[in-house]
Design a protein around this ligand. Sequence first.
Ligand code: UFG
Length: 325
Amino acid sequence: MKILVTGGAGYIGSIVVEQLIKAGENVVVFDNLYQGHRAAVHPAAAFVQGDLADRAAIDGVMEQHQPEAIMHFASHTLVGESMEQPFLYLGENVINGLNLLQSAIKHKVRRFILSSTANLFDDPERMPIDEAERIVPGSPYGESKFILERLLYWLDRVHGLRYAALRYFNAAGASAERGEDHNPELHLIPIVLQVALGQREKIKIFGDDYSTPDGTCVRDYIHVLDLAQAHILALRALDQSSRLYNLGNGQGFSVKEVIDTAREITGHPIPAEMVARRPGDPAVLIAGSDKIRRELGWQPQHPNLRDIIESAWRWHKSHPHGYEA
Ligand code: UFG
């Protein structure tokens, strides 16, 4: 199948592209390289540098490549940034998604997969969080993804666009060739590994007064290769119907547990300093992913935190400066 992947030069997008190509699919990447890296794009994928703000550029790609499906990763993705710059999210994320969808409808694309987020669930009534949980976006970032989910709902009803919205919990880990390289890096596991590489002095732990067993926040870390498999399964199931899935391992680990595991793996003491809470961080986020397991037979192959961090460590050691040569 010919698949257009926006954001295919970014962390999750580039690894999904790699796995799509391994599965025999034909991929076109559309990315403005704002956060992504040209070197992250699998050499077997066609690459178009372009911006989703540019309707003519999107139409051009659709006309040239005639994709049968779209996977939409390109997005601003930082909860904290969205609280400071809401228009980047409620503006750009939404408008760019809208541009892509308008072009998709115009060019009669029938399948669409959206990268959505656990940030839809800021005030969960139950843990783990399943798809029946009420939606309370935690930030303009989460709201922007919710707006796109609602757009997809209506485009399915009105135009028959089949979609899957995959709400990622904490994507982590690496494949053999591709990993996490953000600038600035704000995510826990890569920062901890930068300390182990001697590139940072210490990790700052954002709060140890949460109501969790050790006082630090608990998150559900899911291996990026398992996320990639979920995309492939969801794509194949779209012929039957549209769907929404929460995607995580169903197991939570605290910030302290992540740091301790990284200490064991790297053999580095990884100094940590306790600092104030980061605004907007919920205490616990754990996914209930029974629905995708049941309906699509998805089964994480790398559910252990140790395996996830080990894969990231291998990548960071072999790419100490990320994708920069
Ligand atoms: N943390 C620290 N120190 C750091 C960085 C992070 O203590 O230097 C803590 C955070 O407070 C949090 C945990 O580590 O408790 C994980 O933080 P990340 O920034 O790695 O990830 P988040 O859980 O904040 O965010 C992730 C995705 C978002 C998504 C969100 C869903 O990166 O895109 O989950 O809630 F929206």
